[in-house]
Design a protein around this ligand. Structure first.
Ligand code: NAD
Ligand code: MG
Length: 387
């Protein structure tokens, strides 16, 4: 038996998946990949499999070409990888609601789920909470940089198993920072007509396409507010979003006595990925460039322009509404972003389509996985027809 921690990496070929491979490559004595999955990128998955020789390889959409011997196909491969007996950690770096079932499977199998796939918590927050609290349930440790920052600000107040997805004592407010994206200073009419190239031109982060578009519309920040609510059990009226264009302050926690603790650093996902693997410990690492406060200055903060970014308010009100509304918000956003990226919907059509989906399906029940998946499918169908 190796002493290293076995990791199942879901979404190995993506931006976070590649970051995770770089992090693990620096710590071969501490971590190894025991399972790898990808959606359709066969060559990328093959390269990762050749590099790490995991026991399990899963390609969700294999197409028609025959699979290499021993590979697994279909969405079930995500769940199987998340339950892999040699994995202590499931690093869920899948994009979209497609990651939810694997998150649930990993938690139910008692794993630490290092969660980049924020959509899991948006779509199925109460289900994931119940799985964490159930006997033998595992933990969810956030990879998202803002939530990693919040967790680091709360260090010592949360047990080593990670957030119990219950209210954390002594917290008055959480302040989630947002870069503001490429349209931070644009007028609303110009944003509504923005092109794909405009939206993919993120000022501070290099990421997958869907989250990059979400960062331009601030849908990403809506997903993150819901994520913070689910992870830390904090009511929506005590979560604030502030625009911070430099992306140096990754988020802040204000305590009951008025003290505010922030986590700072150069924008890089290497630290949040590593911290989700080592929490509550830290591991010496060279992934983040040295922070120079003078070079990083000035650090500035601005209010959100809700008139220019209606998607943020739509998402937060869906979170407050509960039931299937957050799942509808998420699915409508995924479908609208896919249409925008395909050149089939204007940027301004994204909030419009989400609003229509919430108006039609926001009151659906969301008590179990089946009803959430039905709401997700209904929202996608509506957005596919949206004009
Ligand atoms: P990406 O598009 O670069 O990669 C997504 C990965 O998931 C790929 O490996 C792809 O093959 C796989 N995948 C896509 N659709 C799938 C499906 N239906 N079933 C199974 N696998 C599928 O995305 P990313 O930027 O790495 O983001 C991944 C997740 O991490 C997202 O939830 C995103 O919001 C979150 N996140 C990303 C960053 C970042 O810096 N990229 C930061 C914070 C949070
Ligand atoms: Mg984030």
């Amino acid at each position: 038996m190796s002493a290293s921690t076995g990791i199942a990496l879901l979404g190995a070929t993506g931006s976070i998946g590649e970051t995770a491979q770089r992090v693990v490559a620096r710590h071969p004595d501490r971590f190894r990949f025991v399972a790898l999955t990808a959606n359709g990128n066969r060559d990328g998955l093959q390269a990762a499999a050749d590099r790490w020789a995991p026991g399990f390889v899963g390609l969700v959409e294999p197409g028609t070409a025959p699979l290499p011997a021993g590979w697994h196909a279909g969405a079930a491969a995500l769940v199987d990888a998340a339950q892999h007996p040699e994995a202590a950690v499931v690093l869920n770096a899948v994009v979209g609601a497609a990651g939810l079932e694997a998150t649930l499977a990993g938690v139910r199998a008692g794993k630490r789920v290092a969660l980049a796939n924020k959509e899991s918590l948006v779509v199925g927050g109460p289900l994931v909470q119940a799985a964490v609290r159930a006997p033998g349930g595992g933990a969810v440790i956030p990879v998202d940089s803002e939530h990693s920052a919040l967790l680091q600000c709360l260090a010592g107040r949360i047990g080593g198993d990670g957030p119990g997805l219950l209210p954390v004592a002594g917290v008055r407010r959480m302040v989630v920072t947002a870069s503001g994206g490429p349209f931070r200073t644009w007028e609303p009419a110009r944003i509504a007509a923005a092109t794909r190239a405009d939206a993919l031109n993120h000022p501070t982060w290099s990421m997958g396409r869907k989250i990059t578009v979400d960062s331009a519309s601030l849908a990403n920040k809506a997903l993150e507010v819901i994520e913070a609510h689910v992870l830390f059990g904090i009511p929506y009226d005590r979560i604030e979003v502030v625009v911070h264009p430099q992306s140096i302050v990754h988020s802040m926690v204000e305590f009951e006595d008025g003290s505010v603790i922030a986590q700072l650093g150069v924008p890089s996902m290497e630290l949040p990925v590593l911290y989700a693997l080592t929490y509550p410990d830290r591991l010496a690492d060279s992934g983040v460039p040295t922070f120079d406060p003078v070079a990083a200055s000035p650090l500035t903060f601005e209010p959100v322009r809700h008139d220019a970014f209606p998607t943020l308010g739509l998402g937060i009100s869906a979170g407050r509404r509960g039931g299937a509304a957050p799942a509808v918000f998420n699915a409508a956003n995924e479908a609208a972003v896919a249409r925008f990226l395909a050149g089939d919907l204007a940027f301004g059509g994204i909030p419009a389509a989400i609003e229509a989906a919430l108006a039609h399906h926001g009151d659906r029940p969301g008590d179990d996985l089946a009803s959430l998946l039905a709401a997700d499918a209904a929202a996608r169908a509506l957005v596919s027809e949206f004009r």
